[in-house]
Design a protein around this ligand. Structure first.
Ligand code: URP
Ligand code: ZN
Ligand code: ZN
Length: 473
């Protein structure tokens, strides 16, 4: 045996139990109340929780967007992920104009290869679809890309029309793929943006006002209806408001295969952040809110209660980060005089577990087992990685977080590893801290320092979408 972790308390999505873990060749070989086998190395974990490494199914590393490129690449982004307990990410490769899907994917694989420090997979974003493109999809599923994302917003950039969404859903149903949607009504948003700008309303707050929750609820319902018509499963990304959740809830109640994720920012921040005063080192006032410009935007505070409840009740199955980092200086500033030019996105790949534990478990919004489910197990099941990833079980990869529930610390951008000049949660007091992170049996993080190696992450081909796999999700 290569390594033994002794004395810890294992947390899975189903249960909490005291046991030792034996690891050989990167896999969990044995779990037992007391392991008497010899091991080359022993980690004492008395008083600590052992969680599965996180699976973040929504990151945007090195994404060209909004006239710039997101500031974390596959090295800095994956180091930050690891330091936050995430051992697998699924990023979004984007279809390129005049390139086949295979070529577009190859471009994203090149960005990650030799750089990512944790295992990674890809969804493919489809922006333009014709018969030829649809015919490429089965081969992609075969090669481990079993989910496709479509945007119902970002007019003239990523947005597709309803016919495109319908034809991809129909194909997905045939070939065992999962369609993911960014559900906001991009056409109406475009009208509202133009209206505010023509009235001279240019501040970050108008980003939120041009994207009201009704437009998310409407698009969520439209996507659900089109999925129902085709019989395809559907996954709603970054759901942010009570109205959209209500659509998902009633759809699941009639047993249509619909899944949805939310993100820590929607659970903990609100529309009030757009009017935040500048901090001491930010000389220009009226623009601090740009840090929170993301789509969908932050919502009224009351939505948070609904989202936590949605997680607790199982109508939301996943919490991903939607990590898409842009520096406040030089990148968010592109929209200083026009909110619609502020690159959309916030950092969060490193803080997901901390916020879920401190704001969720410690405030009795979710149980510890539910945290494990939304953080690792359900994403692994929905996106074809289970049981290799997403749980603490014999024969699974030894991707583990050794977590100290009693430590407290304060979040500061300069203590995080994300390559971005701010943290949306600056100064927040956090309960619980990561002691060590293991990826395939190797310690890659210890006491907030990265100890792994550049390029050690492997590309993960994923299974096709299996209804049977996720009956419990
Ligand atoms: O504002 C966001 N969410 N930026 C990333 C792109 C997306 O819509 O997921
Ligand atoms: Zn989106
Ligand atoms: Zn995103």
């Amino acid at each position: 045996m290569d390594l033994k972790i002794v004395g810890g308390t294992i947390i899975t999505a189903e249960k909490t139990f005291r046991a030792d873990i034996g690891i050989t060749d990167g896999k969990i070989e044995k779990i037992a109340a007391v392991l008497s086998d010899e091991a080359e190395k022993v980690i004492e974990a008395g008083g600590y929780y052992i969680l599965p490494g996180g699976i973040d199914v929504h990151t945007h590393f090195e994404l060209p967007f909004g006239g710039t490129v997101s500031s974390d690449d596959f090295f800095t982004g994956s180091v930050a992920a690891a330091c936050g307990g995430t051992t697998t990410i699924i990023d979004f490769a984007v279809q390129q104009k005049d390139k086949s899907l295979k070529e577009s994917l190859a471009l994203w694989r090149q960005k990650a290869e030799g750089k990512a420090v944790i295992d990674y997979g890809f969804h493919l974003v489809l922006t333009e679809v014709n018969e030829e493109i649809l015919n490429e999809l089965p081969d992609l599923v075969e090669s481990g890309i079993s989910s496709f994302k479509l945007f119902m917003a970002y007019k003239n950039i990523f947005m597709v029309d309803d016919e495109t969404l319908f034809s991809v859903l129909s194909k997905a149903r045939e070939i065992g793929a999962l369609v993911m949607v960014h559900a906001e009504n991009g056409g109406i948003i475009d009208l509202l943006i133009k209206k505010f700008l023509s009235e001279g309303k240019t501040e970050p707050l108008y980003h939120a006002l041009s994207r009201p929750p009704e437009l998310e609820e409407e698009a969520t319902n439209r996507a659900i209806m089109l999925a129902q018509l085709t019989g395809a499963p559907l996954y709603i990304v970054h759901l942010s408001c009570a109205g959209a959740l209500e659509q998902v809830k009633k759809t699941r109640a009639r047993r249509q295969s619909v899944f949805a994720e939310t993100c820590p920012q929607y659970l903990t921040l609100s529309v009030d952040n757009y009017s935040e005063p500048a901090s001491e080192n930010e000389l220009v006032t009226g623009f601090a809110g740009a840090k929170y410009v993301m789509s969908p935007p932050l919502r009224g505070k009351h939505n948070q209660t609904h989202l936590w409840q949605g997680l607790a009740e199982g109508n939301l199955q996943v919490v991903s980060s939607d990590h898409c980092s842009f520096n406040w200086k030089g990148q968010k500033e592109l929209g200083r005089d026009n909110f619609s030019l502020i690159p959309n996105g916030v950092p969060g790949v490193e803080t997901r577990l901390y916020l879920l534990y401190s704001e969720g478990v410690c405030k009795n919004k979710i149980t510890l087992n539910k945290l494990v489910d939304i953080w690792a197990t359900a994403p692994a099941k929905i996106f074809g990685l289970y049981p290799q990833k997403g749980t603490v079980a014999e024969r699974s990869d030894a991707d583990l977080v050794i977590f100290n529930p009693n430590k407290k610390f304060v979040l500061r951008a300069n203590k995080l590893h994300q390559n971005v000049d701010y943290c949306p949660y600056e100064g927040w007091e956090i309960r619980g801290a990561i002691s060590q992170v293991l990826a395939r049996g190797k310690v890659i993080v210890k006491d907030n320092s990265f100890t792994g190696r550049c390029g050690d992450g492997e590309f993960l081909p994923r299974h096709e979408f299996e209804a049977a796999q996720i009956l419990s999700v």
